[in-house]
Structure formats: structure tokens, C-alpha cells
Design a protein around this ligand. Sequence first.
Ligand code: GLA
Length: 680
Amino acid sequence: MRHLPMRVPRVIGRRALGALTTALLTTGGLAVSAQAVPAAAPDPAPASSGHEQLALTPPMGFNNWNSTHCRDEFNESMVKGIADLFVERGLKDAGYEYVNLDDCWALPERDADGRLVPDPKRFPNGIEAVADYVHSKGLKFGIYTSAGTKTCSSIGFPGALGHEYSDARQFADWGVDYLKYDNCNNQGVDAKQRYTTMRDALAATGRPIVYSICEWGENKPWEWAGDLGQLWRTTGDINDSWGSMSSIMKSNLELAEYARPGGWNDPDMLEVGNGGMTDTEYRTHFSMWSIMAAPLLIGTDLRTAPESAFEILTNDEVIAVDQDPLGKQGEVVSSEGGRWVVSKELADGSRAVALFNEGSRAQRIETTAKAVGLPKSRGYTMRDLWKHSDTNTTGRIAATVPAHGTVLVRVHADRKWAQYPPAVDVHAGGDTVTEAGRTVRITSEATDLGGTAAHSVSVALTGPDGWRVTPRSATSARALKPGATLATDWDVVVPAGTSTGDRILTLTARHRTHSGSWLTSTAPFTVRVGVPLPAGESALSDADPLSATNGWGPVERDQSVGERGAGDGNPITIGGTTFAKGLGVHASSSVEYYLGGTCGKVTAQVGVDDESGDKGTVAFEVWADETRAASTGTLTNADPARAVSADVSGADIVRLVVTDAGDGSGYDHADWADLRVTCT
Ligand code: GLA
């Protein structure tokens, strides 16, 4: 298939199949045998055996799916290896408990008695032996099937629809402690009915089995699944990319009110360690899953995972936020300009507060103890859960957060606050857009946010190699009183010949604590270096962008986005017309070019690329600095190329944005065809 969507093609197959079989059923053309439709429960479900006691905090463990899908390395030795590492590497002590199998553990056919058969290549000793091994380590064991006639894999393993009671019995006999129950090939049978039948079947086994409802948020499970299981997926599948993780996070954040002990919103399993995101992004992933009280199911092969993944996954102070016994999901306090503040009430009366920067450049994020729900107090203790250090504040909670980063703190209104050194917030302002060879003036500020004085305060600013940074005023103060600021001017020379792009400078402030140690706060500061565009009219795709973000693979020059790799696109084609020049992008996308105030007009022919089949829906926007200079509204494959012309006179930067038009970014291959700029 030429037009890969954001999601794996397997999804297209099964959704299409689901729709087809539903249609056949409703038109009387029965696509499945009558037995495939769920049988009525054989007898009423007995009172559940401890169901109410399960998952009083969000389940923690491992599931192979995100790292292996159905590849061969998903097998007995992997599962045992993970259980071993849980014990050896301290994950069990950190709270990770369940070792779970996902799809593809079975043979495609049941045996003559209708029983599920483990794949003998993957699990030569059967499933029970693996469960026994996991149990022997003091861990618990989970398995997977679908509330449909087949599972989700395109190979199609047997699903439990119509076999709920016998399959549940088989799982219980194997020693299963956790069932993930998926949604594929569901024959259009009502979701609540399908998930209720399995709930009753699990209860009938008498074995306590955590029940994970995986219908991707299609039927608002947060409204009903709490009566059935302990967790319910709220979205489609995650993948190991910033776009996927952050959009799932935002959907799940809206559902805070539904989470409670024994019933959790599930934004899908962790990708930490799989390599598609930076460590900053993985720390955001882990921080935000924890503040959302999400299940923490490790989705990386720990046998080969980098050390940084272990460091993130075993941060016990972050895990404690997730596992807090009060069982509340963090709530959004504010989210302007990609600066998110999320606050989670904790059992000891403190609040976990996440300052999450969704933007692609560092931003300062600030809130207050009052805004995050803390009671009035003269001072607060604020613990940074990644730096593992305590400070005091009189109520301001602020940090400059790197692009895609999260600062996670735990704030108490306690009487001990004055024992800790004050929090010192550093940030800088000034010229951010410039050209090679120029000098920019930056002003930094280090402010004591605490109720006690900060002693021996000093600031430093460092640029990339070859950059000259000179302070033009004092860089130190013997002491800063509460609320006082040390302001410093800096001249920064951007070396001649520096290429287009963002460069990060680091501002550091340090001050001495009572015990004589030093406390450091840092703030990234972005300087955007542009190279002037040629005079006259030129193709923007011939220039280097200042920045580029894309929803699927990289932005491509003079070709469509194609697949996920670089340079794997096709000729840019909209409505049958081919264009030699332009940019191929995929929603959600943003590409910036430096104009330096010397250009007048940007023009393009825009539309959904023909390679997306007939499913793409996008909208184009052209921004001149902070002004929206042109926009198209929603365009689909049915639309021919649309001419766009934007007045960018005087602007330093033009930003070309493609949104998903509000319906998710699958199939959203979009083109800025014949993209041209006129400059003097
Ligand atoms: C669905 C689920 C995934 C995974 C796969 C297995 O897509 O949502 O989490 O279990 O099926 O095929």
C-alpha cells in the first residue's frame, strides 16, 4: 500500500472488516455462524470473588506488544527474561507486578474440544508453564484475547466472542491474573454486552482476574466500564512517537473525573525505551502517565533496553504519584500556548504538579499553590521528583521547561518549609530571532521564589561551541531576599557562518544551601538563527527551514511525505495534477522559515496528496509571526489544489501549519505544492 496512514495498515483491515460484517448482519447476509454470536450466560454470575479489591492503584507491569508486535522474539524466553529482570533490576521492588502476553500467543485454530492452543513455537511448554514461572518470582501473569470472533492481528487468532465461559475457565486454570480484552472482529455486537459477558465469565471462575477493557474509547467506556473491569482504554493505539503519545495524553487528560481506585482510564501502554522519542520526551511520557494515574505497563524489551529507560521507569518518586492511594487522576489547571499545568491531589494532602511544555521550544510555565488546589500557607515545601531535591516557595511554582519536557514537583503546605533552601527561578528574555554574525542582547533573571533568603547566588550563560557570551552587568549577589531578583544583561555573538536553525543556550543559577551544598536551576534559552532568502521570487523548498515538525516521518522537499523514512515520497500530486516543487508533509505539521522582515508574499497550491487514497482531511494555515495571514478550512482528497497567498510583509518568520482538521491525523498526507516566496 502506497499511502501508509499514521496507524499501521492492519488497523485499516480490521476496521473495514468490522464495518463489512456489521453491514452483512444487518442486511440479513449472515457473515458468521450463529455460534459466533455471544451465547447467553450459562448460569447467573456468582458474586464476584474479590473483584472490588482489584487494582486499587493503577496496575503496573509489562506487556510485549509495543516492542514485539507479533514478531518471533515474542516467546517463552522473552517472557521469562522479563520476569527475571523484574526481580534482578529492582522493577518488582518498584511496584511492577504483572507480566502480560499480548496478541499472537495462540494458534489460529481451536482444538477439537474448542479449547485455545498455545503456539508451540513460541510457547513449547504451554502457557501454564510460563504462568508458573512468573508466579515463582512472586509476580503475576496476564493474557490477551478479543471480544470478537478473532483477535486484532491480521493472522486472526481465535477471539472469545461466543466462547467467553470456556476461555475464561481455561485462563483461570492456567493461573491467569489479568486479562486484556480487545475489540476486533466484534461482529457489531453491542460493546457493553460483550464486555459484560466476559466480566461474568471471569467472575464465574472464582479467580481474581484484573479485567482490562480495550475498546479504544469507542463507546465512552469511562461511563460504563467501571462496573465491569478495573481499567479501560480511552484511545486508539499508541505508537513510539511524540505525536502519538502527546495526542493520546491530551485525550486522556479530559477524563480525569472518571478515574478512581479500582477503575482507571488507560491511555495505553508505555513506549519508554523503544527509541522513537528522546529521553526528555520519555520523561514527559512517564511523568504524565503517572500524574494521570494511568496503568504503567512497560512496553519495551528490558533485555535490550538502554540504561536510561531503567532510570526513568524506576523513578520511585514518580511512581508514588501514579500509585497514590487516593486514586485521583490529575486535572488540567491551565493549558495556554502549549504550557500545561496539571495537578493531582495526593492522599497526604500534597499535590503533584506537572509543568508540561507541549511546544517545540523552551517555555516558562508558572502557576501557584492556590491554583493547583493547595490550602493557604506562609510557605510550601516543593520537591522536584526528577532532580530529587527540596526547596521552599511562598506559593509561586515556576520553571523554564525544555521543548517537550515536563517538570514534575510535589508541593506540601507543611510547617517544615523554611528548613529547605528557597526555590530560585531562572529565565531569560530578549532577542530570539537573528542572523549569523550579529550580536544579540539577552537579559536573565534569577528570582527567589521562597520565603527565605538565597545565599551566594550566581548566574552563568553558556552558548554552543564558538559562541561568545559576555555579561554586561553583575552575575552574582551575596544574598537575594525573598521575592528579589538578580537581573543580568548579556551580549551574545552568533558566529559568522552559523547555519539556519534553533540553537539552545543554557542559563544556570546556583545558590548555597544551609548545609553548604549548591542547588542549581537551569533554563534553556533558544536563539533562532536565520539566513536571509534570495531577493526576488524563489522556491521555499530550496531554503533550509528554521524548524520542521511532522505527524508522520520527516517533512519532504519536492516530493510527498510517502512513508516514514526520509526521501521515500512520490511526486507531489493533488487531484491528479503533479507539481515539481513544494513540501510534502503529514498532519499535524509545522514548518518555519526565516524571512528577517524582507519578504512580502508567500504563495502555494495546497491540498491532500493523492497518495492518501480518499481519506485525508486537513486544513492549511500560514502564519506571519503571530498573525494568521491565510487559511483554507478543511480540504479533502475530493478538492483540487487550492491557491493560497499570504501577506508576510515585515514578518521575521513564516510558519506553515497543517492541522488534522479535527478528525485525527490518519491518512493526512498534505502538500504545499509550488511553494514560493517573494523577498527584496
Ligand atoms: C489492538 C490493541 C493493541 C494490541 C493489538 C494486538 O490494536 O488496541 O493494544 O493489543 O490489538 O493485535
